[in-house]
Design a protein. Sequence first.
Length: 317
Amino acid sequence: MEPLEPHSGRRRIGLIARLRDAAVDIRPLRESRDYRRLYLGAAVSFIGSQITFVAVPFQVFDLTGSSVAVGIIGLCELVPIAGLSLFGGAIADGVDRRRLLLVTETGLALCSVLLAGNSLARPPRLWVIYVLVSISAGLFAIGLPAIRSAAPRLLPQDQLAAAAALASIYGNVGFIAGPLIAGLTIEGAGVQGAYWADAATFIVSIAAVRAAAPIPPLPGVASPGPKAVLEGIKYLRGRKVLQGSSRWSSGGPGPCSRRWLQRSAGARVLSAFFMRLPRPVRLRPHSRAGGAGVFEGKGSRSTSPWCAGERRWPCSG
């Protein structure tokens, strides 16, 4: 057997070092018990939210056959998000973040249960779906700053970049797993089964948040209110990096950020418009859309919102 060349051993060590550098830093999960529990709750809850994200437009279209009715879902989400996002940050700064998350997660779970109950009615009430979607969006806008700002309170500064990478991982997994589970559940148990599956995920998220330690407000922080919101807006003036970051990330849950707002609001309105064009169109996802929902129209033989005559939902991700 020929001896190994010395350069071969060095190349192998170099490859192992590069692979180690490319691996995800899981120190936040390994070293912080509270962050680990909040991460688990947020990841499971996000997957459940993606299940409902598919189930709601599916049910609305199934009830009405109208793409405009689906577009109205986006407006129901956009209004509370735009109106409450700024106040959500002020509330998170002035109260115990853990308690705020418990309230918002419980409220979201209740909305999922009510959506499941409404789907059992004959026929399900469309206005109830719109109201519950609006309430869910408002709760999300209030709870989002609390979960986003928890990491700097629980982790040392040298682990914040790793925490952001871990958040993007569960976001990407949720974008894939949530719609996949939704499709299988709707096919097997109906749309009400998808809502119940979402409600079940909140059992895990609420238990995880309850097991975490309280995250009280910092001393000297102003109490929640319009004054605190105005102080935050003034702080952004002249800080272009922070302004760009806030515009990019507003309206989306953690790792979803800008994509969530694209898919939920403007995306559905635009898709509703294109599907009602008087001439035949072929719908295909726009290359810059965040997942699905924004479509371009091209000449085709079919005007149906169902793709190629198959019973597939064109706006789902």
